[in-house]
Design a protein around this ligand. Structure first.
Ligand SMILES: Cc1cc2nc3c(=O)[nH]c(=O)nc-3n(C[C@H](O)[C@H](O)[C@H](O)COP(=O)(O)OP(=O)(O)OC[C@H]3O[C@@H](n4cnc5c(N)ncnc54)[C@H](O)[C@@H]3O)c2cc1C
Ligand SMILES: NC(=O)c1ccc[n+]([C@@H]2O[C@H](COP(=O)([O-])OP(=O)(O)OC[C@H]3O[C@@H](n4cnc5c(N)ncnc54)[C@H](O)[C@@H]3O)[C@@H](O)[C@H]2O)c1
Length: 469
C-alpha cells in the first residue's frame, strides 16, 4: 500500500498548491475528470468566452440607435464552440502532461482515478478500468469541488437534458431552449444562447430572477430579461416529458397549468459539494447540512492533517474563493508553525449576463435582517458622463454604508462593465476606507465609468461631521 506525505484530491484550485517547495515530499494528486477542474473546463473560462462572443453578436441589436446600422448575418455555432474549446482543451492536457511527465514533478504521482475514503486517512482510488489501489497519507487536501444538481422532477431522468457541463459542447443550436433555474448559470446562458439567436424560456420557481442579489438589482434584471426572453416566474415544474424532437415541461403557475416546449432543456438548478461521493465521513471529516466539508479559519477539517478548500468546503462557489483557500492551504502546509487564516469577509461576485451584475458585501435585505444601521445611495449610469454618452437607461449602482463612520457595507451594480467598476469598492471595504475619504481623497478619471461610484459615494446621506469640507 503506497504511503504519501501528501495527497491532493482534485486538480482545480488544488492543483495550484504544488510547486518546487514541495519537491522533498512524496506527493500524489488524484483527478477523476479533466485536469484543471470546473473553472477551466466547464465553468468560468469557457462561459466567459461564450459571453464575450454573445456580447459581440448582440451589438447589431443595439447599434442602430447610435447611428451605426449593423446586421448579424450569421452565427457559426461549431466555429464558436471549436474556437473556445480549441483554446481550452490544450491547457487542460498541458497541465496533465506537466504533472505526469515534467522533471519538476518527479516527486508527484498522478492517479487518474476516482478517490473515495475507505478508512481513517485511507483512500481507495478507482481507475476507469475499475482497477483499485489503496493509498494512505499523513496529509490530505480535499479539493474535489461540486457538481450540478438535477431536481427530482417526474420524467426528467428519462430525458436528454443538459447541464452547464454539457451544453457548451452541443453540435447544433436549437431553435428554442428552456432553462430551468434562474441563478448564475441560467442568467449567463440565457444571454449567451439568446444572443446567438435561440428563443430562450426561463422557468423560475420564485418571483424574480437572481433573487440572491439585492432586491433592486434582481427586480431590474428580471424586468430586462423579461423583455428579451420568455420568463415564467413562480412556476413549479410538475413533469418533464419528451415531445419526440424535444422536451416539454408541464408547469403550475399563478394562472394554472401550462406547458413549455423546446428542442433543448438546460437544467441550471444549483450545485452540491462532492463530499458524499468522496465519502469524507469515513476518515472522520465532518460536513454541514448542505454537504460542505467543515473547516476552520485555517482551512483545517475536523481531522488533523486534512485540509479542504473551494467549492467542497465553501458556500461561496467562486473561483477567486477557491484560489484564496488554496493559497491559505499551501502556506499552512509549508509553514505549520505560523499558519495564516482565510479571509472570507468581503467576497465579491459578478454575473456575466447582459447587463452585467456585480456585488460585494451586504444586500439591503441582509442589512435589515441583521438589524444593522445603514443608509443607501443609488446612482444611475445615465447620470454620469460615460453612461449618458452610451445612453444607458437601466443601469445603476447602489451602495450601503454605516451612516456615522461612512464605512461601506455593500455595493450592488447592474450595468455596463459592472464587474470592473465595482473593484474600487471592494478595495475600500477590504482596507477600511470610508466613503467620504474614498470620494474626495483621490481623483476619478473623467469621463470614465468609475465616476458611477464617485457619485454614488457622494449621494450617501451620511451623518454630518464638523470637520467635513
Ligand atoms: C458554468 C459555471 C460558470 C462559472 N463561472 C464562474 C465565474 O465566472 N467566476 C467565478 O468566480 N466562478 C465561476 N464558477 C465557479 C467556479 O468554477 C468554481 O467555484 C471553481 O471552479 C471551484 O474550484 P475547486 O477547485 O473548488 O473545484 P473544481 O474546479 O470543481 O475542482 C474539483 C476537481 O476534483 C475532481 N474530483 C471530484 N471528485 C473527485 C474524486 N472523488 N476523485 C478524484 N477527483 C475528483 C473533479 O473532477 C474536479 O476536476 C462557475 C461555475 C460554473 C459551473
Ligand atoms: N459568474 C459567476 O461567478 C458564476 C457563474 C456561473 C456559476 N457560478 C457558481 O456556480 C453555482 C451554481 O450556479 P447555478 O446557477 O446552477 O446555481 P444558483 O444557486 O445560482 O441558482 C440555482 C437556481 O435554481 C433554482 N432552483 C433550484 N431548484 C429548483 C427546482 N427544483 N426547480 C426550479 N428551479 C430550481 C433556484 O431557485 C435558483 O434560481 C453558483 O452558485 C455560483 O457560485 C458562478
Amino acid at each position: 500500500m503506497p504511503h504519501y506525505d501528501l495527497v491532493i484530491i482534485g486538480t482545480g484550485s488544488g492543483n495550484s498548491i504544488l510547486d518546487q517547495r514541495f519537491a522533498d515530499k512524496k506527493v500524489a494528486i488524484v483527478e477523476k475528470g479533466v485536469f484543471g477542474g470546473t473553472c477551466l473546463n466547464v465553468g468560468c473560462i469557457p462561459t466567459k468566452m461564450f459571453v464575450h462572443t454573445a456580447d459581440v453578436a448582440a451589438t447589431p441589436s443595439v447599434s442602430s440607435r447610435l447611428g451605426v446600422d449593423e446586421e448579424l448575418t450569421g452565427v457559426r455555432w461549431r466555429d464558436i464552440r471549436d474556437r473556445v474549446f480549441g483554446r481550452i482543451d490544450p491547457i487542460a492536457s498541458g497541465g496533465r502532461d506537466y504533472r505526469r511527465r515534467h522533471p519538476n514533478n518527479a516527486n508527484v504521482t498522478v492517479y487518474e482515478a476516482t478517490a473515495r475514503f475507505t478508512g481513517f486517512k485511507e483512500l481507495t482510488v478507482i481507475s476507469a478500468d475499475d482497477s483499485t489501489e489503496v493509498v494512505t497519507a499523513d496529509q490530505f487536501v480535499l479539493a474535489a469541488g461540486g457538481r450540478a444538481v438535477v431536481p427530482d422532477i417526474e420524467g426528467l431522468a428519462d430525458l436528454p437534458y443538459y447541464t452547464s457541463d454539457t451544453v457548451m459542447r452541443i453540435d447544433r443550436l436549437p431553435e428554442r431552449m428552456i432553462i430551468l433555474g434562474s441563478g448564475f448559470v441560467g442568467a449567463e446562458f440565457a444571454h449567451v444562447f439568446g444572443s446567438l439567436g435561440v428563443d430562450v424560456t426561463i422557468v423560475a420557481r420564485s418571483g424574480a430572477l437572481l433573487r440572491v442579489e439585492d432586491d433592486d438589482v434582481s427586480r431590474r434584471f428580471t424586468e430586462l430579461a423579461s423583455d428579451r426572453f420568455d420568463v415564467r416566474l413562480n412556476r413549479t415544474t410538475v413533469k418533464a416529458r419528451s415531445t419526440g424532437d424535444g422536451v416539454a415541461l408541464d408547469l403550475e403557475g399563478p394562472e394554472g397549468a401550462e406547458t413549455v416546449e423546446a428542442g433543448l432543456l438546460l437544467v441550471a438548478t444549483g450545485r452540491t459539494p462532492n463530499s458524499d461521493l468522496l465519502d469524507v465521513a469515513k476518515t472522520g471529516v465532518t460536513t454541514s447540512a448542505k454537504g460542505h466539508v467543515e473547516v476552520d479559519e485555517y482551512q483545517r477539517t475536523a481531522v488533523e492533517g486534512i485540509y479542504a478548500l473551494g467549492d467542497l468546503s465553501s458556500w461561496q462557489e467562486l473561483k477567486h474563493v477557491a484560489n484564496h483557500d488554496a493559497r491559505v492551504v499551501q502556506h499552512n502546509l509549508l509553514h505549520p508553525d505560523s499558519p495564516v487564516k482565510a479571509n472570507h469577509e468581503f467576497v465579491p461576485h459578478a454575473v456575466f449576463s447582459s447587463p452585467q451584475i456585480a456585488s460585494v458585501g451586504l444586500t439591503e435585505r441582509e442589512a435589515a435582517a441583521r438589524g444593522i444601521r445603514y443608509v443607501t445611495a443609488t446612482q444611475d449610469y445615465a447620470g454620469i458622463a460615460y453612461g449618458w454618452a452610451m445612453e444607458d437607461t437601466t443601469g445603476f449602482a447602489k451602495l450601503l454604508a454605516d451612516p456615522d463612520t461612512g464605512l461601506l457595507l455593500g455595493a450592488h451594480i447592474i450595468g455596463p462593465q459592472a464587474s470592473t467598476v465595482i473593484q474600487p469598492v471592494i478595495q475600500a471595504m477590504s482596507f477600511g476606507l470610508d466613503a467620504r475619504s474614498m470620494a474626495r481623497g483621490q481623483y476619478w478619471i473623467h469621463p470614465a465609468m468609475p465616476e458611477l461610484i464617485e457619485n454614488a459615494l457622494l449621494n450617501l446621506p451620511l451623518t454630518e461631521r464638523e470637520d467635513q469640507t
